[in-house]
Design a protein around this ligand. Structure first.
Ligand code: NAD
Ligand code: TYD
Length: 349
């Protein structure tokens, strides 16, 4: 069936994998990628599909209500997959208002445009909000986040995402806008901007720079290969039930310090450096304020209802990721010049 779908944030890390999947898997769909191309957005991420006839790029800001309204007049959207966001916790600590603007106001502007343009005739329409498990706050040493876990965000980033999740639900309850939300654990893989743990450390190991581990490194994250997240988004968009939330996770918990050691070992092999070389770069630095101890997802619902589970094991995914950064050193050089250098100095010096 033909559909026109708006994907926001499609030039970013996860968004680019979602756009690629939809453009390739659904040649009958028209995929419109709306992205402001902030520091995190990069059209290089989509070079391989930019000429496809069912792909359109629109540069624009989701906080610009006029622009968004006109976009909904220009295209007959059947669905929205909303990923555009400010996404990095450390940046949210230094500039929380930017996160409120894009993540809360921007989401509301999209919701409003969808509601107005679909004129309360919501048959066949869907607004899919892509969110994070960080809205649930932190776990102790045991337990898992389920879809019933109460929201308890701790960082300005997670508070802004929690707020946007609530607005999506509010538009569903108040105006009848059909929606679905997913809350996913930490992603990793190709095209990941090197401000996040794994790509930052890959880049620093290549350049023999210190590896800044926050606090004692005894913080746990549940890592999922980005292509498995894109598969889950495809399933949820097509088969997810109206008004439902789906948790997506990797069944793959790692303490930061253990993950960093594993990464160091694989990088030494890849670089032909003596075993233990990269580990010497580990430097324990001042902790992140409000640092959540542990995230881990119970993905039973998506597993049982939509038959999804990760397809890539962590060793495979980490190897694919490392290989990608080695094969795309120009990409890495481009994104780590300019603004990145200022960010890095402020954050780590
Ligand atoms: P990212 O920072 O790599 O990409 C964000 C994209 O949004 C960029 O292309 C950027 O240019 C665009 N953007 C930012 N502000 C915009 C604006 N005002 N208007 C239009 N475009 C704008 O983020 P990501 O890691 O790919 O995350 C994508 C989504 O998935 C986010 O909503 C994030 O909260 C969510 N998420 C991320 C993770 C993760 O591990 N990275 C996990 C779960 C959920
Ligand atoms: P990050 O990749 O920023 O993702 P999130 O904060 O959304 O989980 O961080 C992952 C973990 O790694 C988190 O516990 C913070 C830690 N971390 C470091 O120890 N050093 C770093 O330089 C970064 C960026 C993160």
């Amino acid at each position: 069936m033909k559909k026109t779908i708006l994907i926001t944030g499609g030039a970013g890390f996860i968004g680019s994998h979602v756009v690629r999947r939809f453009v390739n898997e659904y040649p009958d769909y028209t995929i419109v990628n709306l992205d402001a191309l902030t520091y995190a957005g990069n059209l290089e991420n989509l070079k391989d599909i930019e000429e496809k006839p069912n792909y359109i790029f629109e540069k624009g800001d989701i906080t610009d209500a006029d622009f968004v309204e006109k976009l909904f007049q220009k295209y007959p959207f059947d669905g929205v997959i909303h990923l555009a966001a400010e996404s990095h916790v450390d940046r949210s600590i230094t500039d929380p208002l930017a996160f409120a603007k894009t993540n809360i106001l921007g989401t509301m502007i999209l919701l409003n445009a969808a509601k107005d343009s679909w004129k309360n005739n919501f048959e066949g329409k869907k607004f899919y909000h892509v969110s994070t498990d960080e809205v649930y706050g932190t776990l102790g040493e045991t337990g898992l986040f389920t879809e019933e876990t109460a929201y308890d965000p701790n960082s300005p980033y997670s508070a802004s995402k929690a707020s946007s999740d609530h607005f999506v639900r509010a538009y569903g309850e108040t105006y009848g806008l059909p929606y679905v939300v997913s809350n996913c654990s930490n992603n990793y893989g190709p095209n990941h901007f090197p401000e996040k743990l794994i790509p930052l450390f890959i880049n620093n190991i290549i350049n023999e720079k210190p590896l800044p581990v926050y606090g004692d490194g005894n913080y746990t994250r549940d890592w999922l290969f980005v292509i498995d997240h894109a598969r889950a988004i495809d399933l949820i968009f097509h088969q997810g039930k109206n008004k439902e939330t789906y948790n997506i996770g990797g069944f793959n918990e790692w303490k930061n310090i253990d993950l960093v050691k594993e990464l160091c070992q694989q990088m030494d092999e890849k670089l032909g450096r003596e075993k233990g070389t990269s580990e010497k770069l580990i430097t324990f630095v001042k902790d992140r304020p409000g640092h959540d101890l542990r995230y881990a997802i119970d993905a039973t619902k998506i597993n049982q209802e939509l038959d999804w589970k990760p397809s890539v094991t962590f060793p495979e995914g980490l190897k694919k990721t490392i290989d990608w950064y080695f094969d795309n050193q120009d990409w890495l050089k481009n994104v780590t010049s300019g603004e990145y250098q200022d960010y890095y100095k402020k954050q780590y010096n």
